[in-house]
Structures are given as structure tokens and as C-alpha cells.
Ligand binder design. Sequence first.
Ligand SMILES: [Zn+2]
Ligand SMILES: [Zn+2]
Length: 648
Amino acid sequence: MSQISLTFPDGNRRDYAKGVTAAEVAQSIAPSLAKAAISASVDGRHWDLQWPIERDAAIAIHTMKDDAPALELIRHDFAHVMARAVQKLWPEVKVTIGPVVENGWYYDFDRDEPFTPEDLGAIEKEMKAIIAERDPVKTEVWDRSRAIDHYVRKNEPFKVELIEAIPGDEPLRMYWHGHWQDLCRGPHLQNTGQLPADAFKLMSVAGAYWRGDHRNKQLQRIYGVAFRNREDLRAYLTMIEEAAKRDHRKLGREMELFHLQEEAPGMVFWHPNGWTIWRALEDYMRRRLRQAGYKEIRTPQVVDRILWERSGHWEAYRENMFIVEVDEEGAKEKRINALKPMNCPCHVQVYNQGLKSYRDLPLRLAEFGSCHRYESSGSMHGLMRVRGFTQDDAHIFCTEDQIETECADFIGLLSSVYRDLGFTKFDVKLSTRPEVRVGSDEVWDKAEAALENAVRKVTNDYVVDPGEGAFYGPKLDFKLTDAIGREWQCGTFQADFNLPMRLGAEYVGEDGAKHRPVMLHRAILGSFERFIGILIENYAGRMPFWLAPRQIVVASIVSDADPYVAEVVARLTAAGLRAEADTRNEKINYKVREHSVGKVPVILAIGMKEVEEQSVSIRRLGETRTETRPLGDAVAALRAEATPPDLR
Ligand SMILES: [Zn+2]
Ligand SMILES: [Zn+2]
């Protein structure tokens, strides 16, 4: 019998008989490992313990301690176990597909009536019984015709259709969880008892069309989530609950910030309150950019296709562009324009006006650029995913030698902005050269090193994603973490050797000859729409005072106080604060409750005592105690509090 040699993660090498299974390898190391093992990696491929290994390879045995393989298997095995439970409870239900998705899995069933919440409870109970049985998981490879015969006999038409759609004549893998069988690529756990019975939950039921096509039959999709242990599940469920409370669409209604409607899908109607947040954020960003040496510009939104052809977007990005056709006088054909999906080509046009010298570099052109991109209706989500958005965009034109300093300065600015806006933690990812790319290796070496050196000045805690850079240059992505632990990719910094070349950007160097500048695309917020959505959810609507759309409500307790209320509002407004009067004939507690829903941070209650003393009673959002202060003091203190962080 021939031998194969397996290399373990610690570098040790051992010989085994050809065709040894990963389970046998685990057993040869230690029986305890064989018991704890859930799967293996063989030459980097996730490997079922039952699969034979036919050639020399690098091997690692996984246990539940290995996060990624454990979660993948848990969620995948749960999909099978759930389908088995459903068919146990309702034998007439037909099975289709059940993939792993983020945090869990789903399975689509053919059943006439939808599953009810009670059904989900019954399925969960049945799943727990299956786990308790500790049924072994078995696998076999079948040829196609045997598999088709099997499913025809079992009256599972969707499985037959799936097999018939697989091209070629490759053998198919079958899996059994106990007696219950499914067509599956694997890998899977050793037995159902390895599943954590207290770490899963069935979340919801939704209609879904077979193969995602609305002309097909509608199926019933059950979603589940699963984790390695009960603590992780609890943490996830708490996060979901917290996220629902913070949903920016719900808060957007309650705080009267914005709305969306059918006639302009994915484009935001900003209301006075929402637009106030926007303006405060935009003013802040404008000051930060000016201090950092950027020059603000404004470029057209409707641009002839000729420029998009030159920039390459017409070819690569056409299906995401909004096309604007115009009948020009005297012309036989319509002129075809596109709404800009990005600002970059327009910024090169500004750069190209007038001869540039090395003394002009680096040139940092910033624009709060309004862009439009067509997104499918299913992918849109409140402010988080829209079709019309405004980037805090800027392009830095510089020499290759300037990339590192520009990058370091950018990271400094970005981290300071994030800190000011309440985000102290963010992750950095460096994506390096892909196989298909423009520019010489020498230029790539230089640019990648520049980005990496710049990152290292700030942190050693970053990840490198080899081969994931754009074809035109390496890039950095910045992901911030919000108050409930969710990550949002916002900032980006990309070197570009391509666009300056395509659009003919040049500068005259010290040597008197013409050179190509490097173009650095960069954004800190990403888009105003999405970032405001993130801010709303991060703060659960309770914005920092300087960003709060309605900062102060001055509420009368008795109508005799109304003239003084007007005076207080006037004083606050003159001090640059956003203040309004509430002199309705309502109880003060009613007013406080209503403005709390609107997330107004400060309410000043005014009764006759305050009128006589020329004072105000200050009540903060979420607090019950009040503090009385002389009017002049209160105005000065609130004014100081409302100062944006960069001006303090
Ligand atoms: Zn499977
Ligand atoms: Zn750009």
C-alpha cells in the first residue's frame, strides 16, 4: 500500500496509508482529539473528517475552539437538522436548499401555508431532540442517475431539478444526519450531538421564490441563527434588539429627520431637523478639510458620455449609471449624458486647467460631491444604501514620493474626525496588488510600502488582504465600530496610477520634463447619508449637543410666563443656539415626554418663579432632576456646550 506524508501546523510530518481519513489522523494523534475533532483543513480546504486523503498535504485538525470552521459547520449542520425536524413534523413538506448565511442559515421549504411562530417553537423542540440523539453523520458519493432515481422515488421534485441543473456527469455527495438524507457538498460535523443545543434560535419566516425567480413557485423560508455557545447567542440577540430600538428609519420618523418615497427610490427627502444635522456635519468637515490644506471645488452632475468613455466608466460601470438624454437644438441625435456616479474624472478636469509644476503638488481638491448610482430595489435600505448620495470626496494629486506623507496625514485627520464624532475604535485593512493591474511593479512596490509605512505610524494592528487592491492601485479601508459593536466601513484611501494617465494629467518636474502625478482618492465619512444613519444608530438618536437638530425647547408651565419664554428663546437664538418655544396649553410633564421622544437634549421649564428670578430650570434628556440657573449663566454654559469639538 502506498504512503502519503502529512504536515501538521507545528511543522511535524507523519506518514499514513494513502486514503487515510482525517478522523483516523486525529485518532492517531490522540483519542481525545478524535472525539473533540469537528473537521480538518487539507491544503487549506475545509475537509470532512470522513473524507479520504489521497496525496501529500498540509493538514490541521479543527475543534470547536477554532472559530471560523466551527461556526461554518454549526450553521450548516443546523440547516440539515432543521430540515429533518420539519419533515418529521410535516412529512408532506418538500425540501429545496439551505445555505449558510451571516450569523446563521436558512432553508426553503415547499409548503402551502406559512409556518407560524408556534410552528417555529415546535421545530426548535424537535431539533433539540435530534441533537440529544447524537446521531452519526454519514456521507457517500453517488452517481447522478442513482441520485435522481432516489429523489424521484421520494417525491422530492426540487432536488431532482437541482441535480439536473448540475453540469457534466460528476458524482454527487450525499449526507445523512441519522436516517435523514440530503444532497450536499459538505463538510459536516461527526454527529448531531456536536451541535450546541442552547446556542441556536429560529428567527423568522419569509416567502421566497424558488431560485429567486418570481415566476417560480413561492416557498417558505425559515431563518435561524447559531453560535458556539449560549453567551454568544445571547450577546447577538441583545445586539439585534438594541439595533431595532436604534433603527435610523424609526428614529428618523420620530425625530422628523427625513423620509423616502416611491417616486424617488433611494433618494432622500431631508426635513428641517435632518438637514440641520447634515449642515452641522458638513460645516465641521469643511473646517477640518480647510485646516488640513484642502481646496474645495464643485463640479457638474450631468456630464457627457464622452468623458465617461475616456475615464473607462462607460465600459465598466454603465449599468450603475443614470442616463440623461437631451434633445439639443439643431442636433439630429440626442446628446447622451450620465449623472456622475463618482467625482474623480471631473476633478482631473479641474486639475488639467493650466500647466501644473512640481511646486503645485500635492494639490488636494475636495468636493461634497453629489453622486448617483443605480442600486437594485432589493438592496436599498433607509439611509444606509441609497441611489443618490453625497460623498465627502477629495483627490490628492502628488508625486510618488509624496504618497507616504499624504497617507499619514490622512490617517491622522481621519482618526481625529472619528474621535470627534464619537468613534474611538476603527480597523485598518491594506489591500495589495491584484493579478490584473496597471503600472510597473516598481511603482506598486513603492505605493504599497508608502501606505503600509503610513499605517504603521499610527498602529501595528492592521490586516493585509493580498491581491484585493483595485487594478489601478493599492488601497486602505477603514472600518469603525459603533456603540453596540457593529462595524461600518466608512473611510478609504486609494492610490491610482491609471486615471491620471487615461485623462492626461501631468506636471512639469524639477528636471523640466513632464511627469504623471499619482492620484489619491480618499473619503472619511464615505457618504453623508450613510454616515448620518450610522450616527443616529450609534447615539440611538441622542446626538451630541452640537449635532442635535433641536437643541433646546423652552416650555412654559403657565401662560403668564409666555412673554419671558419668548425672551429666553431670543437670547438663546442670538447666542447661536437652536431653541424653540413650547407655549401650548398642556401640562409640563406632557411636553417633557413629547420632546423626549423627539430626542431634544435640553428642556428649559419656565414658571412664575423663573420669571421673577430671571432664571431657567434646566432638564436634560433622560434625567428627572432639574437644575435652576440665572438666565445669563445658562445661555453662556449652553453656548459653550454647543461648540463643535474642533472649535473648543
Ligand atoms: Zn450540508
Ligand atoms: Zn475618486
